[in-house]
Design a protein around this ligand. Structure first.
Ligand SMILES: *Cc1c(COP(=O)(O)O)cnc(C)c1O
Length: 396
């Protein structure tokens, strides 16, 4: 059995998406900027995709800029808001300690360039408090950037409340919705979002394509200079097949949002229930306010890396922390942000499900994970010390 349970890292493209992309690559090869018929056909297809993406977010087509993915959208949104801030004398930026590195590293660079950055703490339940955002706001705050849902622990943030607060105070509000888009309902107008990033490969679309929503009236500066594509805000010949694939993937996700959410939620709950029976384990992130497909556990005394390798040998593909940080031995910045001690933050397991997973797979995973955890603890000197009482448990 091979079980893919790493859908927060990327998803398998759906057949309908592959089909429409293949058709587009074969037939709609024109450059949308060309004036001849082939070019105009490509321009029409592009316009259709833009309308469709806008519609699912509750936005206007003009408010959607296509990018090369989530990282680029995050970079452009934050740099653009900072650029506006600099112009009007606002050099303070607010975000949170558990953002994706596309946000955190961009803020780090801006700090070197003279901006002041406040990273809000995240509470133990993995939720950012609106009151903390309010308390951090200053006269010179240009931007608040809070992710819609966290990519490691799946917790969903009070976006609508933060949106209202920012609108009230004339501060640009950006949200990295890469994990949320296509998985939970988003309405940029109702939630008073000014900028939103999404990425196609996180909802069964192609890799290397994403979108940035920017509310009409909010300034957006060009990030890549060159031609006049994307109304001068993102130069370069558009990735027409990728964009068409993304639009189709988002349409499908939106049409099946409730059904998939209910189905994945049931799988997630069974998986959590099963894994919680392993002694000295803990679920990371709030039990209720989390993405329907996200499960994240710590098992005391276990190294995430060894767990992943043994699980892969059993046919289970999962992740420890996020794909961007695994491979390094640093503990997850997300788990540290919610207050886990270092020794526990090393031993996390993230299982992220899609509607292609089954209850049978969940049962298999619970059984195999329990077995592998027991095996690894059996050969661990640290676990022996814990068992003998020479060391105190950090997870009860
Ligand atoms: C995957 C991810 C990104 C990066 O998106 P890419 O399209 O891979 O560049 C950014 N933010 C979050 C929350 C993500 O999960």
């Amino acid at each position: 059995m091979r079980i893919y349970a790493d859908n927060a890292a990327t998803t398998k493209m759906s057949k309908a998406v592959i089909d429409i992309m293949a058709e587009c690559m074969g037939e709609t090869y024109g450059n949308p900027s060309s004036l001849h018929s082939s070019g105009q056909r490509a321009a029409e297809v592009l316009a259709g995709a833009r309308e469709s993406v806008a519609l699912t977010l509750g936005a206007e087509p003009k408010e959607i800029t296509f990018t090369s993915g989530g990282s680029e959208a995050d970079n452009q949104a934050i740099r653009s808001a900072a650029g506006w801030g600099k112009k009007v004398g606002k050099r303070h930026l607010i975000s949170t300690a558990f953002e994706h590195h596309a946000v955190l590293h961009t803020l780090g660079k801006l700090e070197e360039e003279g901006f002041e950055v406040t990273l809000l703490p995240v509470h133990e339940d993995g939720i950012v408090r609106v009151e903390d955002v309010r308390a951090a706001l200053r006269e010179d705050t240009a931007l608040v950037s809070v992710m819609f849902a966290n990519n490691e622990i799946g917790t969903v943030q009070p976006i609508k409340e933060i949106g209202a607060l920012c609108r009230e105070n004339g501060v640009i509000f950006h949200t990295d919705a890469v994990q949320a888009a296509g998985h939970i309902r988003i309405d940029v107008k109702e939630m008073q979002i000014d900028m939103l990033s999404l990425s196609a490969h996180k909802f069964h679309g192609p890799k290397g394509v994403g979108a940035l929503y920017v509310r009409k009236g909010v300034p957006l500066f060009a990030f890549i200079e060159g031609g006049a594509q994307e109304r001068g805000r993102r130069a370069g010949t558009e990735n027409v097949p990728g964009i068409v694939g993304m639009a189709r993937a988002l349409e499908l996700a939106a049409a099946n949002l409730e059904e998939n959410g209910t189905y994945e939620g049931a799988l997630r709950d069974a998986l959590i229930e099963g894994l919680a029976k392993i002694p000295h384990s803990r679920l990371n992130g709030d039990r209720e306010k989390r993405l329907p497909g996200n499960v994240n556990f710590c098992f005391e005394g276990i190294e995430g890396e060894s767990l992943l390798l043994l699980l892969d040998a059993k046919g289970i593909e999962a992740s420890s922390g996020s794909a961007c940080t695994s491979g390094s031995l640093d503990p997850s910045h997300v788990l540290l942000a919610i207050g886990l001690p270092h020794e526990a933050a090393h031993g996390s397991l993230r299982l992220t499900l899609s509607s292609e997973n089954t209850m049978e797979e969940v049962e298999y995973m619970v059984e195999e994970i329990a077995g592998v955890v027991e095996y690894l603890r059996g050969i661990s000197p640290v676990w022996e010390e814990l068992e003998k009482g020479e060391r105190r448990h950090v997870i009860q």
